[in-house]
Design a protein around this ligand. Structure first.
Ligand code: GRF
Length: 204
């Protein structure tokens, strides 16, 4: 059974999808704890499912490094096989990423490497593209630059607001996340993805 700690900042709809999937005895992964960097509304999902949670408020620490060290300490209490960043709206400091990678994945509401960063949905609308997407990646020390595990295209419709487009992306993110966790539980090697390098030049 793959054990997971999920980290959130917001409404936790991706978290809820994992909690619902875990409720199926045949799903080979379990959320064992949920962490947040603030009093996130999504922590209510953990409570509803009887899953322990912890909050490490970013605002209580002097530096990103100090906050990250406290967060890592909490994560280590649970010794999970996998950490899922699911709407955690904070950049993890390098020492935390290095301690957890490649067993740390992130969901992103765009077709990476297009539109990385905190405003992937807004940036896609502003760029006027006809399609964006959803991606699940391994977290490394870049901003949304880790190896892509899976991604799917989603059309941008004429007149879409950021909220409307995000609401169409999120169900795809949830499906991809639940499938990715299943694949990892079934042996998908995140380490092999992490070390994958494309050749610098392709010779004809
Ligand atoms: C998701 O779109 C995630 O990719 C982004 O923030 C959203 C979180 O949604 N970083 P939720 O908190 O899981 O509902």
């Amino acid at each position: 059974m793959l054990s997971i700690v999920v980290l959130i900042s917001g409404t936790g709809s991706n978290l809820r999808a994992l909690l619902e999937a875990s409720a199926d005895a045949e799903y080979p992964a379990r959320v064992i704890a949920v962490g947040a960097d603030r009093e996130a509304p999504g922590l209510a999902h953990a409570e509803e499912f009887g899953i322990p949670s912890f909050t490490v408020p970013f605002s209580s620490y002097d530096s990103r490094e100090a906050w990250g060290a406290a967060l890592l300490e909490q994560i280590r209490v649970w010794n999970p096989d996998l950490v899922v960043l699911s709407g955690l709206m904070r950049l993890l400091p390098p020492n935390v990423v290095e301690a957890l990678t490649p067993n740390i994945i992130n969901t992103h509401p765009a077709y990476l490497p297009e539109f990385p960063g905190a405003h992937g949905v807004r940036d896609a609308i502003r760029a006027g593209v006809e399609q964006t997407g959803a991606s699940i990646i391994v977290v490394d020390n870049g901003v949304d630059q880790g190896p892509i595990i899976v991604q799917e295209r989603i059309p941008v419709l004429p007149g879409d607001t950021e909220h409307e487009l995000h609401e169409r992306i999120k169900p795809v993110e949830r499906r991809l996340l639940v499938q990715t966790v299943l694949d990892i539980a079934n042996g998908l090697d995140l380490g092999a993805l992490s070390t994958r390098r494309l050749p610098a030049t392709i010779k004809e």
